[in-house]
Design a protein around this ligand. Structure first.
Ligand code: ADP
Ligand code: MG
Length: 243
């Protein structure tokens, strides 16, 4: 990608009532790089992604794409620039795989039916599923469905991709293919933020790792540093439990 953008969040705070879920989070992803976010359940990882694409408005802090604050823009515009892939892929069961992908570009980018279909087939080719274009999602494996969900996000031509535990709901034997696709994508110059429990992926694919606990970034750095020489007791404990 030649139009890669950087993504920055500074001093992000968010509370749900009295529950302070983000308490001053800073995150930066250089253009075309991949940052993984690790940390215990409930530490605020998903909320951080949702604040970064303004599904929740931060109580304080700023969000910058390509060095420019996006908080004054229409949130829909930001969401069109950021593709998101979740644990549960939520494909429409009664539509074909190709239609699932073509829907967004038709509605939001006003592509003709034919152009959207061409785009869908191109994206399916990239995720290795062109032969499934006219199948229903229910006839695909979970791993294939997640690859379709990734193709659906990419069809909107986002500048940044977020993944929130994209492989957590998959049977173990299907995880590899999805992680391989994410790893491929990370080498194309896509700017990515990946929340994951897959420490192998965090270590081998990401340019840097953020460890969150209780709404703050406790430690961050290059993967080798984080995994081989964790500095804080909290990261040491976390890694001893998950590795
Ligand atoms: P993680 O993804 O690290 O497991 P989350 O960001 O999902 O953590 O959740 C962090 C905290 O925020 C939890 O205490 C959770 O209950 C709370 N939370 C998340 N989303 C909401 C919401 N929409 N309304 C109220 N509380 C929420
Ligand atoms: Mg989560």
């Amino acid at each position: 990608m030649d139009d890669s953008v950087s993504l920055t969040g500074t001093g992000l705070h968010l509370a749900f009532g009295s529950n302070k879920v983000l308490r001053g989070v800073d995150v930066h992803v250089d253009a075309g790089k991949t940052v993984t976010v690790i940390g215990p359940s409930g530490s605020g990882k998903s909320t951080l992604l949702r604040v970064l694409n303004r599904l929740h408005e931060p109580d304080a802090g700023d969000i910058l794409l390509d060095g420019r604050s996006v908080l004054a823009d229409n949130p829909d515009r930001l969401r069109q620039r950021i593709g998101m892939v979740f644990q549960h892929f939520n494909l429409f069961p009664h539509r074909t795989v190709a239609d699932n992908i073509a829907l967004g570009p038709r509605k939001l980018k006003k592509l003709s039916k034919e152009a959207a279909r061409r785009l869908a087939l191109e994206q399916l080719e990239l995720v290795g599923l062109a032969h499934k274009a006219d199948s229903r999602p229910g006839n695909l494996s979970g791993g294939q469905q997640q690859r379709v969900a990734i193709a659906r996000a990419l069809a909107m031509q986002p500048q940044v991709m977020f993944f929130d535990e994209a492989t957590s709901a998959l049977d173990p034997e299907l995880v590899k293919g999805v992680l391989a696709l994410m790893a491929d994508l990370s080498t194309t110059g896509m700017t990515m933020v990946v929340v994951t429990h897959e420490m192998g992926f965090a270590r081998s694919v990401s340019d840097s790792v953020l460890f969150m606990d209780r709404g703050v970034v406790v430690e961050s750095g290059a993967p080798e540093q984080m995994f081989d020489n964790p500095e804080t007791p909290r990261l040491q404990t976390f890694l001893s439990e998950v590795l």
